[in-house]
Write a protein that binds this ligand. Structure first.
Ligand code: GLA
Length: 382
């Protein structure tokens, strides 16, 4: 049985009745605009079909009881007025979200239920943002809290930054909270404004999971962030959003090599992301693909967040005749790549790239053909 039916069934077995509510929040794949979000820049992600789901019913008290089907059925129970760190990593996203919502002044109701998801963990497809936004969706639906995507996304980011302790940007939570079916979204991460960008007709997005996982990713992520901040300070501004490309090229020679390369990636990536959104509006798959290819080179050479298996996957994808462009996606150091391909050639593309990748690396990749899906929503309520 597939999700979410299997989850509803698990709820029935545990509680002897159907859930009052089933909520869902998707993972995401970023088409272009990497490590730009915390520089107040632009990103262009789309939500994917893979998601986190929670089936639940309200409680009369203020306890949360939640069982995770993907973690051997582990159960976590906590009182909303006594949220403390526990040993279970997955539960921290639920607890952290409850903490952030209450800290922001929302009154929450207790509930009990089961959670499961099919976003691969640690692959760069935002399984944690999906769990945060599914939790937020559950609290919102039960407490009659209006679903304001930027507000919820910011609280999800606060969960990551303060409760979990990773200094991530706003992209993952924002797309999970706000996505619209059928479109990627251009997000201006400074103003949190959203512009739909449909895939060019006749194209499909293929996610290529390299079967490598992020190593030391958190410390390297935070290090990249600090290097971007150092570069911004050199230019006398808070964030790289406020440095123009011409200003950069005029003064860059006086900047140390590392922050110079990091800033060059961020500034050129912002420009590419805006161009990519324009290409999508014009239905120009070739231009979008070209920008994705250029983004990969910039991540590889200037931001230095790829690894050889990722570069190999991108190279194999780009060499296939159905492919318009390909790049690594997400935070980096492991995980997934993304390719824009001709829709009618997508299956053949996936088969052949997977075979060639295994031959080159001895790893078994997972390839998913994906369409832009909806953001966090309520699937069932009684
Ligand atoms: C991770 C973070 C995002 C973003 C990307 C890189 O996914 O959670 O905020 O910074 O890396 O673009």
């Amino acid at each position: 049985m597939k999700l979410p039916q299997s989850l509803v069934e698990a709820f029935r077995q545990r509680y002897g009745e159907a859930p009052a509510l089933v909520v869902r929040a998707p993972g995401r794949v970023n088409l272009i605009g990497e490590h730009t979000d915390y520089n107040d820049g632009f990103v262009l992600p789309m939500a994917i079909e893979r998601a986190a789901y929670i089936a639940l019913r309200p409680r009369q008290d203020s306890y949360i009881v939640i069982q995770a089907l993907d973690f051997e059925g582990e159960v976590v129970e906590f009182a909303l007025d006594d949220i403390r760190k526990r040993e279970l990593e997955w539960a921290e996203y639920v607890q952290g979200m409850a903490w952030a919502l209450q800290e922001a002044g929302f009154t929450l109701r207790g509930w009990e239920g089961v959670v499961a998801g099919d976003v691969p963990i640690g692959a760069g497809l935002s399984s944690s943002a999906a769990l945060e936004m599914a939790t937020a969706r559950a609290f919102a639906a039960l407490g009659d809290i209006p679903w304001d995507a930027p507000v919820m996304a910011k609280l999800g980011q606060r969960t990551e930054n303060v409760w979990i302790g990773v200094k991530t940007g706003i992209m993952d939570q924002m797309i999970s909270a706000a996505a619209v079916e059928g479109s990627a979204l251009l997000i201006d991460c400074r103003h949190l404004t959203l512009t739909p960008a449909p895939l060019p007709s006749g194209t499909a997005v293929v996610i290529l999971d390299t079967a490598t996982r992020r190593e030391l990713a958190e410390s390297k992520y935070n290090e990249r962030r600090a290097q971007c901040e150092a570069a911004a300070h050199f230019f006398g501004v808070e964030t790289l959003r406020d440095v123009s490309l011409s200003e950069f090229f005029t003064r860059a020679e006086h900047l140390d090599e590392l922050p110079r390369k990091r800033a060059r990636h961020v500034l050129t990536e912002n420009a590419r992301t805006l161009q990519a959104a324009a290409a999508m509006r014009a239905g120009d798959a070739h231009e979008l693909g070209r920008l994705m290819d250029a983004s990969h080179i910039s991540m590889r050479d200037d931001f230095e967040i790829t690894r050889w298996e990722i570069d190999k996957m991108v190279e194999l994808a780009q060499a296939h005749p159905a492919c318009f462009g390909a790049r690594m996606t997400g935070g980096g150091f492991g995980g997934c790549c993304v390719a824009l391909v001709r829709a009618d050639g997508a299956e053949a593309f996936a088969e052949s790239v997977a075979r060639e990748y295994t031959a080159a690396t001895s790893l078994t990749p997972a390839l998913y053909i994906s369409q832009p899906s909806a953001g966090a929503n309520v699937l069932q309520s009684t």
